[in-house]
Design a protein around this ligand. Structure first.
Ligand SMILES: [Zn+2]
Length: 510
């Protein structure tokens, strides 16, 4: 039985930036978050995953490992065995391009039960096994030990009914699972919805019902609406959506008798999955590469003929070299073209131990070992692999060769750091060595966003996904748990969240 003096609530505000949180507090628009900040330890620059998009970041948050181990590589990625794209819903139009049923099936079942690595355990699984009562409001990664029946309602039901196909499986989640139109483990007087903009209310309402009856030891409370608002109006306008999240969180606290009564019985972690930066231009990567090579289309009848697959993921993208029947794309030529495209900032790829480009035709890493990762930026290239030359800020050790300028990095006292690209080596390595990684992972320049397969960008608003600090940094706040001071580590990342939760319950990570 997991023992903790206090219950724990892990709450995340999608796309929350520390500066915007502080502005909302200064303008007296977020009094509840402000009161929490006064009582806790704030890490203002917790580093997200790469790509810094919600499916990858949330997986990292609840598993404590990177995509090399949890296997969720982006908002969209190419499945080498199934020879198709996986799309988790970059936009409604992107979902339509792949077919609503297939996209929903990937989101509803496959993400947790097929794509998320079976070799690692989520927080819910660990805590369920330890006898704790777990609960979760709508959150992408919810895999746990309890069986839940899928109950499609509302919009999603209509969308799926129109396809005349059926969702017949059950899923596995925490003790209590609420997922809007998809699942609800108990009857709650909360209006379920999948419409962005009113999801915070639903999550807070479900959380309030649970806390009133003392039904959890661990609750993941999601506040996702800030993301949509920032995409639409730009992150600089997000005081509005932060104020709304604050209000919803206050409703949840009221059900526990207010902040002080809540904190007597609960510890709290407040975290953002990633940041967000202003974007003004869409980058049609598939279209540009399609001028030279045949690029796999969303519903391609003959996937075996395509030379490349392109998976936009916000301000990052994966590009895959396909084993097609016809002429294969030349790896060096594709790499060169990528570095020339306006708006592409970093081109990342793996080389074999002899420095030759790797072509990955199977999921998983080639077995040879000794591979290098290389990052190219404006003519500078830095290659690196696990080794002994330098340490990073988290005590990872690396062998490096080439130009530090490629990552705007410096080495001081044997430690590599970059203000522009936080925790760059570990994040790029994890992204590239993940089983579903592209042969190339690109990170875009500030202001650019990759056009998704529905033709949609948030140009004029905001986005995220890049290795860049603006997309990657967000607040991590501990109240009643976690470190005594933010200085306990030189750099905090989302990979630190799951171990902190487990430690609170007296459990080890791994
Ligand atoms: Zn987003």
């Amino acid at each position: 039985m997991a023992v903790a003096k206090k219950k724990l609530v892990l709450t995340y505000v999608d796309s929350l930036r520390t500066d915007m949180l502080q502005r909302a507090i200064a303008e007296e628009r977020a009094p509840t978050f402000g009161a929490l900040l006064e009582r806790g330890v704030l890490i203002p620059d917790c580093v997200s995953s790469f790509p810094s998009v919600t499916p990858v970041a949330c997986s990292e948050m609840v598993t404590g490992v990177g995509s090399d181990r949890h296997w969720i590589s982006g908002m969209n990625w190419y499945h080498r065995l199934e020879r198709r794209y996986v799309e988790y819903g970059s936009s409604l139009d992107a979902t339509r391009a792949f077919g609503v049923f297939r996209a929903l099936y990937d989101l509803v079942y496959n993400m947790n039960l097929a794509h998320l690595s079976p070799e690692i355990e989520t927080l819910f699984e660990r805590l369920d096994d330890a006898g704790a009562r777990t609960a979760c409001t709508p959150f992408l990664i919810y895999r746990g030990r309890h069986r839940h029946e899928v109950s499609l309602d509302g919009l999603l039901r209509r969308a799926v009914d129109a396809t005349r196909l059926k969702f017949q499986h059950h899923t596995w989640g925490p003790t209590d699972l609420f997922y809007g139109d998809l699942y609800a483990s108990r009857d709650v007087p909360c209006k379920s919805t999948s419409i962005p903009g009113v999801r915070d209310e639903y999550a807070a309402c479900c959380g309030a019902e649970l806390i009133k009856e003392d039904l959890f030891d661990f609750l993941l409370l999601s506040l996702p609406d800030n993301d949509n608002y920032s995409h639409k109006h730009g992150p600089e306008a997000s005081v509005e959506s932060i104020a709304k999240a604050d209000g919803c969180f206050a409703t949840f606290l009221e059900a526990a008798g207010g902040l002080d009564a809540f904190l007597e019985q609960h510890a709290l972690i407040l975290v953002a999955d990633h940041g967000q930066t202003a974007v003004h231009r869409g980058l049609p990567l598939a279209e540009l590469l399609g001028q030279q090579w045949s690029v796999l289309q969303p519903s391609d009848d003959r996937p075996e003929l395509a030379q490349l697959a392109v998976s936009p993921s916000g301000r990052a993208a994966h590009v895959y070299l396909l084993p097609g029947e016809g002429e294969r794309a030349d790896a060096a030529a594709v790499g060169e073209r990528l570095t020339e495209i306006e708006g592409v900032d970093l081109v990342c790829r793996l080389l074999d131990s002899n420095g030759q480009p790797l072509r990955r035709l199977e999921p998983g890493m080639p077995a040879a070992g000794g591979e290098w990762a290389v990052v190219e930026r404006r003519g500078d290239a830095l290659r690196f692999r696990p080794g002994e030359d330098v340490a990073d800020l988290r005590d990872g050790r690396w062998e490096i060769e080439g130009e530090l300028a490629a990552l705007e990095a410096v080495v001081e006292d044997g430690r590599l750091r970059s203000a522009t690209y936080p925790d760059p080596l570990a994040r790029v390595w994890s992204a590239l060595t993940a089983p579903h990684s592209g042969d190339f992972v690109v990170s875009l320049e500030p202001g650019f966003e990759a056009v998704d397969w529905g033709g949609v960008t948030h140009a004029g608003g905001g986005s995220h996904g890049a290795l860049h600090a603006g997309d990657s940094l967000g607040p991590l706040l501990f109240v009643g748990c976690g470190p005594r001071s933010a200085d306990e580590r030189a750099q905090w990342t989302l990979r630190d969240v799951a171990p902190a939760v487990l430690e609170h319950f007296g459990l080890d990570h791994e």
